[in-house]
Write a protein that binds this ligand. Structure first.
Ligand code: 1GP
Length: 253
């Protein structure tokens, strides 16, 4: 569903917005407000996941989000413990910027049967961590070195290898709370090299950064930290994303 939405968006010149919710930072009020924003068409997808999930009420909070949201909620798991069949699908991440075999194939083998039992829709994603100016939770937790932010050719070659391996989308991520988002040059280099839907996130905290990523070739941006404690910014952000094309692709906006 996310793949067809991204493809339709690209064909019609539209761009999409996903909001990342860290279950450990969720509150009832925030989930309700975010869910309602999806009724207004401000959000195309919710991503659900984090580096650590200590929140004992995580399943309950996901149920709450599902009850309020009018758009799909996709798992963006920080670990194999974050599977939940209440979600509408799973970004099946292969960390192709890194050289940690567990995150390229090992964990996938561990949970393959579980994913099948759960009947979770899977979206095979080439996940690429890019240096965003400071160590992030993902680089530390994954034990991988991000692609240097000023090496667009390495990013493009990595994405191309992911496409050749049969992955269905590319997610360029500077990591949650990155000081610098993925550069427009790197986004453009990846966009030029591969045909796959391109998702970009990490450090997008202003409409300007959103616009730069979208202009450079991102099909969808992901925003998490930038909305923490400041959900009022969401309509402005959404307007920025919508300014790239208003033709409907069958989602809510
Ligand atoms: C992180 O791309 C997401 O995986 C979102 O990053 O929290 O910095 O918006 P931010």
């Amino acid at each position: 569903m996310i793949l067809s939405a991204l493809t339709r968006a690209r064909e019609s010149g539209r761009k999409l917005l996903a909001v990342l919710i860290d279950p450990d930072k969720a509150t009832r009020a925030k989930l309700k407000t975010l869910g309602e924003h999806s009724h207004s068409g401000f959000v195309d997808f919710f991503l659900w996941g984090g580096s650590l999930v200590n929140q004992p009420q995580s399943e309950y909070y996901l149920r709450l989000l599902k009850a309020h949201a009018e758009v799909p909620v996709l798992l963006f798991p920080g670990s194999v413990y974050q599977l939940d069949d209440q979600a509408d699908g799973l970004l099946l991440l292969s960390l192709i910027s890194g050289r940690n075999p567990e995150l390229l194939i090992g964990h996938h083998v561990t949970v393959a049967g579980r994913i099948k039992q759960m009947k979770l829709a899977t979206f095979p994603t080439g996940y690429m961590l890019v240096d965003g100016g400071r160590p992030t939770s993902v680089s530390y937790m994954s034990g991988t070195t991000p692609i240097p932010g000023d090496k667009p050719a390495i990013a493009a070659a990595t994405a191309l290898a992911g496409e050749q391996l049969g992955l269905r989308m590319i997610y360029l991520d500077a990591g949650s709370g990155a000081l610098r988002p993925v550069s427009p040059e790197m986004i453009a280099a990846v966009r030029k090299e591969v045909d796959l839907p391109l998702v970009v996130g990490g450090g997008i905290r202003s409409p300007e950064r959103a616009r730069q990523a979208l202009q450079a070739g991102a099909d969808m941006i992901v925003v998490g930290n930038g909305l923490e404690g400041n959900l009022d910014w969401l309509p402005r952000l959404s307007a920025e994303v919508s300014s790239f094309g208003r033709e409907s692709v069958g989602l809510k906006r």
